[in-house]
Unconditional design. Structure first.
Length: 136
């Protein structure tokens, strides 16, 4: 994505969050008019999917009527979280189990999720060293 596209998505996310807050705070009982205004505002900031807008409005209406709180905005702006590296404890356990089983350990680095899978496979006897080798 270009820097401009990134900025647009970030601005849309912030604008949408503000629109949601205003919708839920509204005490007026003019549902159709409020929903139409919300749809217009979404379209103005480039969010034009009618089905998604209708679903969002339905969710916001439930929150408005029941007094529910809006979900918090993700701290990372909604970007996918990078996989975490395996912990030292996981790596030590992998090294110990691989040594006990007399098999080659995995190529590093590995993620926490991969380390979990490797440990499980070493423990249950299904570990295949080739699965965890990086071909050069």
């Amino acid at each position: 994505m270009s820097a401009l596209a990134d900025a647009l998505v970030a601005a849309q996310r912030r604008a949408l969050a503000q629109l949601e807050k205003e919708y839920v705070r509204s005490k007026q009982d003019d549902g159709d008019e409020r929903a139409a205004g919300f749809r217009d505002a979404l379209a103005a900031i480039g969010l034009t999917d009618r089905l998604e807008a209708d679903s969002l409005i339905a969710c916001l209406e439930v929150l408005r009527v029941t007094g529910g709180a809006l979900p918090a905005e993700p701290a990372n702006g909604g970007a996918p979280k990078a996989p975490e590296s395996a912990t030292d404890a996981q790596l030590a356990l992998i090294a110990r189990l691989a040594s006990e089983k007399n098999v080659a350990g995995p190529d590093l680095p590995v993620t926490k999720q991969d380390a979990h899978a490797i440990i499980d496979s070493l423990k249950n006897g299904s570990y295949d060293p080739a699965t965890w080798r990086v071909p050069f």
